[in-house]
Write a protein that binds this ligand. Structure first.
Ligand SMILES: CC(C)(COP(=O)(O)OP(=O)(O)OC[C@H]1O[C@@H](n2cnc3c(N)ncnc32)[C@H](O)[C@@H]1OP(=O)(O)O)[C@@H](O)C(=O)NCCC(=O)NCCS
Length: 188
C-alpha cells in the first residue's frame, strides 16, 4: 500500500553555512520548582548552560567550556506547567571564545500566552583535544540583525574586560581579597 502522506522536514531548513542558532523546548516540571511553585533560578541556569553549551559546541564542532556568564536577568517568574523555549545564538566570536546570547520564552499551555522571562550572555571557550583553548571558526555575518548583535557583543566584551580590571584594582586597594573571592592555589 502506498503512503500518500508527504514526509515533513525533520527541522527548519538552515540556509546559513554555519550553525549559529539553537532552540530547545522543555516543560517546567515540579522537580525544577522552588517552594512557591515557580522554576528555581538554579534549575533554570543549569538548563541555560546546557543550551549555551550545545549551541557553542555545534557551532565550533568541538568541546567547549563556560568561562563566564553575565547580565543574568530574571525578568518574570516561570510557573510549573509552562513550556519553556530557550533560544541561543552565537553573537560574537573572538579567537577562542564566543558569546552566546540566550533568551527564554515561557508559554502558558492553556492560554498560549508567551512571555519573555529571562535573558543572559554566556562566554564559552572552544577547547582543543589537548584540553587547551583552540581557535573558534570565524563568524560569518550574513544579516543586518547579525551585524547588530555582533557589535553589541563586541561592546560587552570590552565592558567585561573593564569591569574585571576595575574589580581587580578594588581588591588591590583593599589590600586583600573580598570574602569568598580569593581562590587558593594548591599547597606548595
Ligand atoms: C576557559 C579556560 C580554559 C580559559 O583559560 P585561560 O588561561 O584564561 O585562556 P586564555 O587566556 O587563552 O583565554 C581564552 C579565552 O577566554 C576569554 N576569557 C578568559 N577569561 C574570561 C572571563 N573572565 N570572561 C570572559 N572571557 C574570558 C579570553 O578573553 C580568551 O578569549 P579570546 O581567545 O577570544 O580572546 C580556563 O579559564 C578554564 O578551564 N576555566 C574553567 C572552565 C570550566 O570548568 N567551566 C565550567 C564547566 S564547563
Amino acid at each position: 500500500m502506498s503512503n500518500n502522506h508527504p514526509t515533513p522536514p525533520l527541522e527548519p531548513v538552515n540556509t546559513s553555512a554555519q550553525e549559529k542558532t539553537l532552540h530547545m523546548t522543555q516543560l517546567a516540571t515540579p522537580d525544577m520548582a522552588n517552594f512557591s511553585g515557580r522554576v528555581h533560578g538554579g534549575s533554570l541556569l543549569k538548563l541555560l548552560d546546557q543550551v549555551a553549551y550545545a549551541c557553542a559546541a555545534r557551532y565550533c564542532k568541538s568541546y567547549c567550556v563556560t568561562v563566564s556568564l553575565d547580565h543574568v536577568f530574571f525578568k518574570e517568574p516561570i510557573y510549573v506547567g509552562e513550556l519553556m523555549t530557550v533560544l541561543a545564538h552565537v553573537n560574537y566570536v573572538g579567537s577562542s571564545s564566543l558569546e552566546v546570547g540566550v533568551k527564554v520564552v515561557a508559554e502558558n499551555l492553556k492560554t498560549q500566552v508567551k512571555r519573555h522571562t529571562n535573558s543572559c550572555y554566556f562566554t564559552m571557550v572552544c577547547m582543543g583535544d589537548d584540553g587547551k583553548p583552540s581557535a573558534a571558526p570565524p563568524l560569518i555575518l550574513e544579516t543586518e540583525a547579525e551585524r547588530r548583535l555582533f557589535k553589541a557583543a563586541q561592546m560587552r566584551r570590552e565592558l567585561r574586560k573593564e569591569v574585571m580590571a576595575r574589580n581587580q584594582a578594588l581588591h588591590e586597594q583593599a589590600g586583600e581579597s573580598l570574602p569568598g573571592t580569593h581562590i587558593e592555589g594548591p599547597p606548595a
